[in-house]
Design a protein around this ligand. Structure first.
Ligand code: FMN
Length: 408
């Protein structure tokens, strides 16, 4: 757990969470941080909290102790977002301190009642409302609904230009006490960028339109520091994470990087033979490639991979007159996360009837994914030389299509 100074009178309290599935679902191989912030003017406010996943609130109280802040001196709880990873500590906090006010949106107030039966001392804020904590720390609020719940808002401290953005501009990846972009090497920044893409695809991707609206609203604010609820604080170059999020939101519409994700699965190695062949031929093409096997890799890994790819190769066999089940499950999830308009090629082995293609078509239609497929290649059992030649032609065709799409 870390306590650090963000800016004059602004402190971050953060804990890392590892060895769980985030939201009970998403694998986090490199962990995730939960960030809470303290603003000390004449009055003290806490922005979001850290939840009870690992012994918090004790952790939160220990962090406050490090800052020599008596929890009872906290006058305002700013709740940017009611998801329990940020709000789960409130019930415990209430056991030791009752004389505080909650600042949140109307939707968050409804959720407060539903989740914690809390209805007292709530001030509902709207766009551009302010709260003066004294010593220049005047807070401005902006609602950013559906990033990623309907209740979400951001808070700006006018004195320091710190934007407390909660889930917006967040990322996975555990942090250290030097979790500021100005204290990180380029390699570390690159690491957190990858973690941010994965976070975006897994957690926020389905809300890319609200993200675009939120970015527009935040651009109107004099932001000098971006301090999210997960991941590192952007103090030297806050525009970097704002620009990254702008790109990630745009990727939802189909044009992403000049990159192909190969998502594949195989029972007895027949489809795998074709995938191994593709690996060899695609190496010679001037294009970035990422290869993910299902079900060995999680949905989160697949989403993180395809989010940045304009092209996708799907390789899977037929299974009980349908598609290899883990591929069907992951494709359905890609649809729900609105991975749309990709350029794609499908191949796979079958025994007697086929059927994978039919289910693929059904998922594309049901989820309105609008992927543009070039002709598939299906082969009985092991791929023949002729099948491989066809596959080679189709892969080259896809590479061409991806390049044309990205560079149009
Ligand atoms: C459990 C199981 C169910 C299968 N169901 C079908 C089927 O419904 N239709 C079909 O054409 N082939 C079916 N097959 C045959 C496979 O598609 C075929 O063996 C294929 O070569 C497997 O490719 P793979 O080794 O890449 O998994 C099935 C195979 C298994 C093991």
């Amino acid at each position: 757990m870390n306590v650090t100074t963000v800016a004059d009178g602004v402190y971050q309290l953060s804990v890392n969470i590892e060895n769980i599935l985030f939201e009970g679902l998403w694998e986090i191989p490199n962990g995730v941080s939960l960030n809470s912030y303290i603003i000390k003017g004449e009055k003290t406010a806490i922005v979001d909290g850290v939840c009870d996943w690992d012994g918090v609130p004790e952790t939160l109280f220990a962090l406050l102790d490090k800052l020599e802040i008596d929890p009872k001196s906290i006058e305002y709880l700013i709740i940017n977002h009611m998801e329990p990873d940020h709000s789960g500590w409130i019930e415990d906090f209430k056991k030791i301190h009752s004389d505080f006010k909650i600042i949140c949106t109307g939707k968050a107030a409804e959720l407060l009642e539903g989740f914690y039966d809390h209805t007292e001392n709530i001030t509902i804020v709207k766009d551009d409302d302010i709260l003066d904590l004294g010593n220049g720390h005047v807070l401005t609020f902006k609602e950013i609904p559906n990033v990623h719940w309907p209740d979400t808002m951001v808070t700006l401290d006018q004195k320091t230009g710190t934007l407390f953005s909660c889930d917006a501009f967040g990322g996975f990846g555990s942090v250290t006490s030097s979790n500021y972009d100005d204290a990180l090497t380029q390699d570390e920044i690159d690491f957190y960028e990858k973690e941010a893409v994965r976070y975006y695809a897994n957690i926020v991707g389905a809300f890319s339109m609200p993200v675009e609206k939120a970015i527009q609203k935040c651009q109107d604010l004099p932001v000098k520091i971006v301090a999210p609820g997960h991941g590192i604080v952007w103090r030297e170059n806050p525009q970097k994470i704002i620009d990254d999020y702008t790109r990630y939101a745009a990727y939802s519409k189909g044009i992403a990087k000049e990159r192909i994700s190969i998502i594949w699965g195989s029972m007895y190695g027949m489809t795998e033979k074709a995938v191994n062949f593709i690996k060899k031929i695609i190496e010679k093409e001037d294009i970035e490639v990422d290869i993910v096997r299902v079900p060995e890799s999680s949905w989160g890994t697949v989403l993180g991979s395809v989010w940045e790819s304009t092209g996708i190769i799907l390789a899977m066999p037929t299974y009980e007159y349908k598609m290899f089940p883990p591929m069907a499950a992951v494709l359905d999830e890609l649809g729900k996360k609105k991975v749309t308009k990709r350029k794609a090629f499908r191949l796979g082995s079958y025994g007697w009837s086929g059927g994978a293609q039919r289910e693929l078509d059904e998922i594309m239609t049901k989820q309105r994914m609008n992927w543009e497929f070039i002709d598939p290649v299906e082969f009985k059992g092991s791929p023949s030389q002729e099948d491989l030649k066809q596959i080679e032609n189709q892969v080259k065709e896809l590479v061409k299509l991806v390049k044309e799409t990205v560079n149009q």
